[in-house]
Write a protein that binds this ligand. Structure first.
Ligand SMILES: C[S@@+](CC[C@H](N)C(=O)[O-])C[C@H]1O[C@@H](n2cnc3c(N)ncnc32)[C@H](O)[C@@H]1O
Length: 354
């Protein structure tokens, strides 16, 4: 998720410290769950106009089929995920709202794990044995409390909690942002990466490395020379060497777990004004690798619909849930116009070098 504005979003099922507030600070650390718009009404009545989305009203396969038919649905994932059929989803690819340490709204990092775990549980139940939860998330600097000024550990706490919940933590990817925005970040450099955590449900998840291979960096004549190498594997003093005769028969190189995608790479900037849209290239990488053709992909925090747009373009069946209605309208508009090609005509990021 890219946060470019500080005050653009409120999120559903937000934990709000109970009790009176003094200039936005919770006066006591008791935690209750309150609905987002109730909270907004308390803190800023002028903004409390958005109605709640309706509940699913459907159950099991019918609920899933509706999400897939609509593309992006106006709904609260807290209510939709529990009604989805068991073992039905190939991939959840999502960027949930990140923690915000400001106590008057959103999800405080101290309570982020508690907020997220019910979603994790429902997603686990609805995931196929070969399926994945792939989570784009970013840590933050604590702006209060004993950790003030330090990196808050909520991301790591979440990863461990999800693993304990039953998700198999298979990989940590780094989304590298070569064009990260400069700013004032205290005694540290600018944020130039985010995490993408890949959790599988079972021991044999679908994984198509060939779909994300990138062109070899080695010069073409050197590749040809090595293909002729008849000596095969060479052992060195350091241990086993690679069988160099086979290295270049795979059609492309393993891209590695650092995925470099500029923030602006096909990043949606349409009407609806979602300021946290992820670049399409990021979704493309994980959808290609972690879901089969025709597979079912859902994004429970759909925002501007990036996951659904890219998944449909790649021949998957996709749906998303978004709690804010204006974003839903924008996402649907985007889905309608996304067609088969990237919107700005840029080449696809992941080039399959066969
Ligand atoms: C980081 S944004 C997702 C951005 C998205 N990846 C994109 O490319 O546009 C998270 C989204 O989750 C939505 N959201 C938060 N809580 C939700 C809930 N309980 N159900 C559905 N959507 C929710 C927020 O309104 C926000 O748009």
């Amino acid at each position: 998720m890219i946060r470019s504005s500080k005050d653009e979003l409120d999120y559903g099922r937000t934990y709000v410290p109970a009790g009176p507030r003094v200039r936005g600070r919770a006066s006591r650390p008791v935690v209750t769950i309150r609905a987002m718009d109730t909270h907004r009404a308390e803190t800023n009545p002028h903004r409390a106009t958005a109605p709640f989305p309706p509940g699913p009203g459907l159950y099991g396969d019918a609920a899933l089929e509706m999400l897939l038919a609509e593309g992006v649905t106006w709904g609260d994932s807290a209510r939709w995920l529990p009604v989805l059929p068991a073992e039905s989803v190939d991939l959840w690819f999502t960027s949930p709202p990140y923690a915000d340490a400001r106590a008057y709204s959103r999800i405080h990092p101290d309570r982020y794990v508690e907020w997220f775990l019910p979603y994790g549980k429902d997603m686990l139940a609805a995931t196929k044995g070969t399926g994945w939860l792939v989570l784009n998330i970013k840590n933050r600097v604590a702006n209060g409390g004993p950790l003030r000024g330090q990196r808050h550990p909520y991301v790591y706490q979440l990863v461990i909690a999800l693993q304990q919940q039953g998700w198999r933590w298979l990989e940590t990817y780094i989304w590298c942002k070569p064009n990260a925005v400069p700013g004032r970040y205290g005694p540290r450099t600018k944020d130039a990466f985010e995490y993408v955590y890949a959790f599988a449900k079972g021991p044999r998840p679908h994984f198509d490395l060939d779909a994300i291979r990138v062109p070899y960096r080695t010069a073409a004549d050197e590749i040809e020379r090595r293909k002729q190498d008849r000596l095969g594997r060479r052992n060195t003093d350091a241990g086993f060497g690679r069988d160099r005769t086979r290295t270049y028969l795979l059609g492309g190189a393993d891209p590695g777990n650092v995925v470099s995608v500029p923030q602006t790479y096909n990043q949606y900037k349409g009407a609806g004004g979602h300021t946290a849209a992820m670049p399409e290239g990021l979704a493309e990488f994980f959808i290609k690798a972690c879901s089969p053709a025709g597979g079912v992909i859902l994004d429970p925090f759909a925002g501007s619909g990036t996951t659904a747009v890219v998944a449909c373009r790649l021949g998957r069946r996709a749906g998303g849930l978004e709690i804010h209605r204006p974003f839903v309208s924008a996402a649907l508009d985007r889905l309608r116009h996304s067609g088969d090609a990237a919107p700005d005509g840029q080449p696809v990021l992941i080039q399959v070098a066969r």
